[in-house]
Ligand binder design. Structure first.
Ligand code: GLC
Ligand code: CA
Length: 435
C-alpha cells in the first residue's frame, strides 16, 4: 500500500497545492510501481490547523484538493488500473469549525466542572482541556485545541460516523486507515492518569511522557466503538493507527484487519532491535509493516542513505501487508521544512512535495509550491525511472517479487550487523548497522 499525502503529491492547476486531479494524472506511475492500493491522507474540508486531520466536513472534499466529481473520477480510474483506494477516517475528533461542535455539543466530551476536570495532557503538550469561548465550558482535545474530541459513548455520534463510513463506501472506496484509534475512547469517569512508571517506547511530548495514559487512552471499551465502525464498514479494509507497543494490539485486532507495527517504525537500525520489533508483530499475523509516514522521519534520514535499500528489502519481505510513504521510493530525506513552520508540531520536514523531475519545482507544480522542494536534481522519479539500477527500480522489483513469497516466516537469531529470516525455503538477509 502506498501512502499519498495529497497536498504534496501532484498539483494540477498551478496553485502550488497537490490535488485529486493531480493524483489521477499519476495513477499510471502507481500502477507501474506495482502497488495494490493507495491510502490518501485526509482530503476533507479543513481549516488546516492539523493539515486535514482537523475535519470540518466528513462528506465533502477540501476545495483546494478538488470536488466530489474529481473524487469519483479518481476512484473509477484507480479501479480500472487495479488500484484500490483507502481513505483516512478521523473518528476521534473533528475540527472546532465542524458544524457538529455548535449544533451537537453533546457529541463531544466536556468537563463537568468550570475548568479541567483532570490532569490529562494533549499529545502536542499542555492540558488536554480548553475553554470554549461560546459556551464558556471546557472541552477535551487529545491533539490541538482546534480538534475537540468526540464522545463515542453517544449513540447519535456513533450513528453519524457510521453514516460517514457508508457515504464513502457508496462512492466506491475499499477501506480506511483509521486515525488515532488508541485514544478513541476515554475513561467515563475522567480519572487522572497516574505518573509514568516506565518510559514510553515511542516519541512523546515531554508533558505526555510524564503520565501513564491508562484513563485518557487505550480503554477496553474501544473494542465496542470499533465494532460499530465495523458494522458500517462491512468487509472493507480497516487498518488502525494504534500508537502503542505491539503487546497492546490484541483488543484492536478483534475488530480491525490490520494495525501498523510502530515498534518497527521506531526500531534502531540494529539486528537485535529489529528482531525484537519484528518477532512479536509477526506473531500477530496482522501487522501492517511500515517504516515511515507523514508524522515521523523519512527512511533515508532515519537509517541513513547507505541503508535505504536494506530498509526497502526488509519492508517488502516481511510476511503480510506493507505500507510505504510517497517519496521514500526515490530516497527523499527529511527536508528543511518552512519558515515560519506550517505544522506547529514540527512535521513539515516529512511533507515536502514529491519530486517527479529535475526542474526547479520538481514537476510537482508550475506555481509556487506550498512547501519548498528539497533538491529535485538529486532525487526525482524521471531520472530514476531511466536508470535500472536506481532505488526506484529496486522498490519496483521488490514489490513484484513479494507476490511470490508464501506465508512462511521464521526469524533467525540476529547476528551483529545482520538480520536473517526464512521465507518458505528462501533466506532473506538484511544488513544492519551493528546490533
Ligand atoms: C494521527 C495523524 C497525525 C495527526 C493526529 C491527529 O496521528 O497521523 O498526523 O496529527 O492523528 O489527528
Ligand atoms: Ca492544486
Amino acid at each position: 500500500m502506498y501512502q499519498i499525502y495529497p497536498r504534496s503529491f501532484q498539483d494540477s492547476n498551478g496553485d502550488g497545492i497537490g490535488d485529486l486531479r493531480g493524483i489521477v494524472d499519476r495513477l499510471d506511475y502507481l500502477a507501474w510501481l506495482g502497488v495494490d492500493a493507495f491510502w490518501l491522507s485526509p482530503i476533507y474540508p479543513s481549516p488546516l490547523a492539523d493539515f486535514g486531520y482537523d475535519v470540518s466536513d466528513y462528506t465533502e472534499i477540501h476545495p483546494q484538493l478538488g470536488t466530489l466529481d474529481d473524487f469519483d473520477t479518481l476512484v473509477e480510474e484507480a479501479h480500472q488500473k487495479g488500484l484500490r483506494v483507502l481513505l483516512d477516517l478521523i473518528p476521534c475528533h473533528t475540527s472546532i469549525e465542524h458544524r457538529w461542535f455548535g449544533r451537537h455539543p453533546d457529541w463531544y466530551i466536556w468537563s463537568p466542572i468550570d475548568g479541567p476536570p483532570n490532569n490529562w495532557v494533549s499529545v502536542f503538550g499542555g492540558s488536554a482541556w480548553s475553554r470554549d469561548d461560546v459556551s464558556g465550558r471546557w472541552y477535551l482535545h487529545t491533539f490541538y485545541p482546534e480538534q475537540p474530541d468526540l464522545d463515542w459513548r453517544n449513540p447519535e455520534l456513533v450513528e453519524a460516523m457510521q453514516n460517514v463510513v457508508r457515504f464513502w463506501l457508496d462512492r466506491g472506496v475499499d477501506g480506511f486507515r483509521v486515525d488515532a484509534v488508541n485514544v478513541l475512547v476515554k475513561d467515563a469517569e475522567l480519572r487522572d492518569d497516574p505518573p509514568a512508571a516506565k518510559p514510553f517506547p515511542f516519541p512523546l511530548h515531554e508533558d505526555a511522557a510524564r503520565l501513564d495514559h491508562v484513563y485518557s487512552a487505550n480503554r477496553p471499551e474501544v473494542t465496542g466503538a470499533l465494532r460499530s465502525l465495523r458494522d458500517a464498514a462491512g468487509d472493507a479494509l480497516l487498518v488502525g493507527e494504534v500508537y502503542l507497543p505491539t503487546a497492546e494490539y490484541q483488543r484492536y485486532l478483534e475488530v480491525l484487519d490490520l494495525v501498523f507495527a510502530f515498534e518497527l517504525l521506531f526500531s534502531a537500525w540494529g539486528s537485535a532491535s529489529l528482531a525484537a520489533a519484528i518477532g512479536p508483530a509477526a506473531a500477530l499475523k496482522r501487522a501492517a509493516w511500515v517504516l515511515s509516514n507523514h508524522d515521523f522521519d523519512r527512511i533515508a534520514s532515519r537509517v541513513g542513505e547507505a541503508s535505504v535499500r536494506a530498509a526497502a528489502e526488509l519492508l517488502f519481505t516481511l510476511p503480510g501487508a506493507a505500507f510505504m510513504y510517497q517519496g521514500d521510493e526515490i530516497g527523499l530525506p527529511n527536508g528543511p521544512g518552512a519558515d515560519p513552520p506550517r505544522d506547529r508540531a514540527g512535521r513539515d520536514p516529512m511533507r515536502h512535495p514529491m519530486q517527479w523531475d529535475a526542474s526547479p519545482t520538481g514537476g510537482f507544480t508550475t506555481g509556487e509550491p506550498w512547501l519548498p522542494l528539497i533538491d529535485p536534481q538529486r532525487w526525482n522519479v524521471k531520472a530514476q525511472c531511466a536508470n535500472p539500477t536506481s532505488l526506484l527500480h529496486f522498490y519496483r522489483h521488490l514489490i513484484q517479487s513479494r507476490r511470490n513469497l508464501g506465508p512462511g516466516f521464521r526469524l533467525r537469531d540476529p547476528e551483529p550487523g545482520r538480520l536473517a529470516y526464512e521465507r518458505d525455503g528462501s533466506l532473506v538477509t538484511i544488513e544492519t548497522s551493528g546490533d
